[in-house]
Design a protein around this ligand. Structure first.
Ligand code: UFG
Length: 345
């Protein structure tokens, strides 16, 4: 029988792509989402791509323990991929209580419900933000985490630690929790069908949605935040990972857990391309592949930005048998196709 995977936050940007890839790999998927940062666009897109109209959908808030526990009562969950969290760095600085409450409580509830139901496999959606402003580049999973610069980043570090502690405490018991944290670098792009993609609310904080919204005319001008950094062209370096590649990494990690292939009960993997790209290079590539001119200017540095970060992906390549495959050109073309598709809606 197909194993059941609960995707919390499954109607969102990464969650919807992961749902598609899990179904393609033969898993049964249950989606839970409180719709606080999305509408049904992506879930409808998932149904079209997979041809599945019967994906169980729970509109619940994972901060509601009763609702989460009931879901576990009703469904025999084999693994959880936990995305349900707030993710805007600036907002987290302004509203730390809201961020700590939401991101920590929802995860604690998932863990407790999983434990109550005889244990489970938990995949936590972490971030390269846990490395802070490190100078050891590229970062490996052993690179020490540095103090985070935002409550958002703190919640990622804390949830990683909570998962590790729960795994440790339940090891060898009747209710074992096993865990994997995936540390994503910069997820970008959209599904090749252009039926699912990123749907930022309000003014986008992240680079690629800002670029596509500028190209379509929703924003007047992109600001490149700083060109006086100590990098090859003065702009920041990041590791931009295609969202479909990222989704496939989740399938690899879930299969590793469900097939009993883990080497430790708690594992961490970097998920990136391993190749740094500058903001200017990304903007140039977007213009070239989509054959358009983008209105942009150089602006002051953005407070809180790290100069450069990219992944050493050796561990994910070797242990998960996964590697990033889509080219930056394909990814940027998909982001643009998605934006154009949205404009027609
Ligand atoms: N940038 C611009 N102009 C913009 C937006 C971004 O020049 O309008 C630049 C940023 O300065 C940075 C790069 O594009 O150099 C990437 O910025 P993003 O906001 O897209 O991504 P970040 O690297 O800041 O964010 C990522 C993750 C977050 C995580 C954060 C931690 O998306 O989830 O790293 O630093 F919290």
């Amino acid at each position: 029988m197909a194993k059941k995977v609960l995707v919390s936050g499954g109607a969102g940007y990464i969650g919807s792509h992961v749902t598609v890839e899990l179904i393609a790999a033969g898993y049964e998927v249950i989606v839970a989402d409180n719709m606080s940062n999305c509408d049904l666009t992506c879930f409808e897109g998932v149904k079209k791509i997979t041809g599945r109209d019967d994906i169980p959908f729970y509109e619940i808030d994972c901060c509601d323990f009763g609702a989460v526990n009931k879901l576990f009562d009703e469904q025999n969950i084999d693994a959880v991929i936990h995305f349900a969290a707030f993710k805007a760095v600036g907002e987290s600085v302004a509203q730390p209580i809201m961020y700590y409450r939401n991101n920590l409580v929802s995860f604690l509830n998932i863990l407790e419900a999983a434990k109550n139901h005889g244990g489970c496999n938990i995949l936590f959606s972490s971030s390269a933000t846990v490395y802070g402003e490190t100078e050891n580049l590229p970062v490996t999973e052993q690179t020490p985490r540095l103090p985070s610069t935002s409550p958002y980043g703190n919640t990622k570090q804390m949830c990683e630690d909570i998962l590790r502690d729960v795994v440790f405490a339940t090891s060898g018991s009747d209710e074992p929790v096993k865990g994997i944290s995936l540390r994503y670098f910069n997820p970008i792009g959209a599904h090749p069908s252009a039926l699912i993609g990123e749907l930022p609310r309000g003014v986008p904080n992240n680079l690629v949605p800002f670029i596509t919204q500028t190209a379509i005319g929703k924003r007047e001008c992109l600001s490149i935040f700083g060109n006086d950094y100590n990098t090859k062209d003065g702009t920041c370096l990041r590791d931009y990972i295609d969202v479909v590649d990222l989704a496939k990494a989740h399938v690899a990690a879930v299969s590793r857990m469900l097939d009993g292939k883990m080497k430790e009960d708690y594992e961490i993997f970097n998920i990136g391309t391993g190749k740094p790209l500058s903001v200017q290079e990304l903007v140039d590539a977007f213009e070239k592949v989509n054959n358009l001119k983008l209105n942009y200017k150089i602006a002051p540095r953005r407070p809180g930005d790290v100069v450069a970060i990219w992944a050493d992906t050796t561990l994910a390549n070797e242990e998960l048998g996964w590697k990033a495959e889509r080219s930056i050109e394909e990814t940027l073309a998909s982001a643009w196709a998605w934006e154009k598709n949205l404009a027609e809606k």
